[in-house]
Design a protein around this ligand. Structure first.
Ligand SMILES: [Ca+2]
Length: 329
């Protein structure tokens, strides 16, 4: 009997036979398609149980902190933006628009003081700051920018607040303006005592007319003074591409045939996530997630994966929350 299947490759086809190695490769590839579920299981185990040891053929990480629960993320070479509130990486702020726009700041409430050195919040220097000092009881303070209607992808911030220790909380919000009202997009942090610095980023993904940080000082009876500072407020469209780099996810022996990487992710319109897979020497670039990838050309070494976050629409960003990995011999 002659098997005729043009999907099978191999040089033996000219002789109207199929080589065993061609059949084996085909069967391996078909069987390996089932591995995306196993890769997802590794991720789910880490997420639900809180721990998972990367070993042999199975690995996972979860971005509940910037370098991941299993510490595989290399933050020094990662350019994507980490969100501690969303536990994910997204595209970073592209060209910072905060040097334009109209300064927007103020205080409300008796004895709340006034802002000074406002421009320091927008100078792209994380060490200089705008500041306001005064009574905190019943006082709110805000500082940001208004501008003509613009698609904003994300904002980055660094703020500081000192709060009199008895009876106060000072929730700080990042808010956006639609031309008539300010709406809270994210809670930057809540200070309930002492002096605290909050820094991070917020995905906005909206067409808006303003961005500000809002210090609410909304509870308590202490009439002591507090100081609020805004070191940095940056905002703009998303980068076209950023990376999340990981290293030493697993140790490759060198005889592995396939890798399947499950990505826990959001992919809004126009966005993609691919990966570069490396043994430290050889790199396979722009490989797909959620399906098997041949790694027969890789050798023994540490398995490093770089996730490429990309968008064709500067108002949209992909988001990556974590991943699971299966190797097949
Ligand atoms: Ca500054």
């Amino acid at each position: 009997m002659v098997i005729k299947n043009t999907l099978l490759g191999g040089t033996d086809w000219a002789a109207e036979t199929v080589a065993f190695e061609d059949l084996n490769d085909t069967f391996d590839a078909v069987i390996d398609k089932g591995n995306v579920g196993i890769a997802q299981l590794a991720y789910k185990h880490l997420k639900d149980d809180g721990s998972f040891t990367n070993e042999d053929y199975l690995a996972a990480d979860l971005f509940t902190d910037a370098d991941g629960v299993n510490n595989t993320v290399v933050t020094g070479t990662t350019t994507a933006l980490y969100s501690a509130s969303s536990d994910n990486y997204t595209l970073n702020v592209g060209t910072d628009l905060a040097s334009s726009g109209t300064d927007h700041y103020g205080t409300d409430g008796s004895g709340g003081g006034s802002w000074s050195n406002v421009s320091n919040a927008f100078d792209s220097d994380d060490d200089t700051y705008a500041t306001a000092t005064g009574y905190a009881q019943g006082v709110t303070r805000w500082l940001g920018k208004t501008f003509s209607s613009t698609a904003i992808g994300a904002a980055r911030y660094k703020v500081y607040t000192s709060v009199a220790p008895s009876g106060y909380s000072n929730p700080i919000y990042l808010q956006t303006y639609n031309g008539s009202v300010w709406t809270t997009v994210s809670t930057v942090g809540i200070n309930t005592g002492g002096s605290t610095t909050f820094s991070g980023s917020v995905t906005i993904d909206d067409t808006i007319q303003g961005v500000r940080l809002f210090f609410s000082h909304n509870t308590g009876s202490n009439t002591g003074t507090t100081t609020d500072r805004v070191y940095t407020l940056e905002y703009g469209a998303f980068d076209a591409t950023d990376v999340v780099t990981t290293e030493s996810v697993l140790t490759l022996i060198g005889d592995e045939k396939f890798i399947t990487v499950y990505g826990k992710k959001d992919l809004p319109s126009g966005t993609t996530i691919t990966m570069d897979i490396s043994d430290g020497t050889t790199t396979l670039t722009t490989q797909p997630l959620d399906q098997s990838v041949s790694i027969a050309t890789l050798s023994a070494g540490d398995l490093d994966i770089t996730f490429n976050l990309e968008t064709a629409l500067t108002a949209n960003t992909p988001a990556l929350y974590g991943y699971g990995v299966v190797l097949t011999k």
